[in-house]
Write a protein that binds this ligand. Structure first.
Ligand SMILES: [Fe+2]
Ligand SMILES: [Fe+2]
Length: 216
């Protein structure tokens, strides 16, 4: 990482460590997204510094879902990134590219993403699958007062929706997704029972609103 990216990391660490406790959006999440991006860069032509900066700042503003701005955190984080990046020496062109990727990283946004946006999107969503993904969803769901069963069914629907509307493109992300999806879905199947699992998968409605389920 370049010097300014290291400095940016320290800056984000201080903000996120102070304010976040939930595994879903703690600094650890940011670090995992950063790590995903590093791996993905091996199979991408995207400017590495822009990619790393977008990972670091993508959730810089992250109000809880229930609170004002909870659903617009991508837009809010993009606005904040626009203020922060020039202070770390990023020029106008890089700032524009990074803020656009941050604005478009939310899963519910049905947009045609450019290369950098797509990279960040996949790195971020990868963290919602597998073991860490499970911990993240548990943390979010418990915060919303949902039961274990409701959370697991919600996760399954959210991830089905994500898979219906989005195809991962990066080689590393695709392979990781396959492994993590299997782990996550196997776990949910075991917990909620095969019958219920199959029922949800077979009757899945792509209009399902993940936020409506999280914010009961
Ligand atoms: Fe986010
Ligand atoms: Fe994120």
């Amino acid at each position: 990482m370049t010097d300014r990216t290291e400095l940016l990391k320290e800056y984000v660490a201080e903000i996120q460590t102070k304010e976040r406790v939930c595994a879903a959006h703690s600094f650890d999440h940011t670090l995992r997204v950063l790590e995903n991006i590093k791996q993905m860069l091996k199979y991408s032509d995207v400017d590495p510094e822009q990619a790393l900066a977008s990972a670091l700042l993508h959730d810089i503003i992250r109000p809880p879902y229930r609170e004002k701005g909870g659903k617009e955190h991508a837009e809010l984080s993009a606005k904040e990134a626009r203020k922060v990046l020039p202070k770390f020496g990023f020029d106008q062109e890089s700032t524009n590219a990074i803020t656009q990727a941050i604005r478009e990283h939310s899963a519910t946004k049905d947009v045609n993403r450019g290369e950098l946006s797509q990279l960040l999107f996949e790195a971020d969503k990868l963290d919602t699958f597998g073991k860490t993904g499970l911990e993240r969803w548990m943390c979010l769901g418990k915060g919303d007062g949902l039961s274990q069963q409701e959370i697991l069914e919600g996760i399954l629907k959210i991830q089905l929706k994500l898979l219906v509307f989005n195809t991962f493109k990066n080689k590393y992300a695709k392979e990781e997704l396959k492994k993590r999806k299997k782990m996550l879905f196997d776990h949910i199947k075991k917990e909620i029972g095969e019958g219920k699992f199959e029922h949800i998968v077979n009757n899945f409605d792509s209009n399902y609103d993940p936020y409506a389920h999280l914010i009961k």
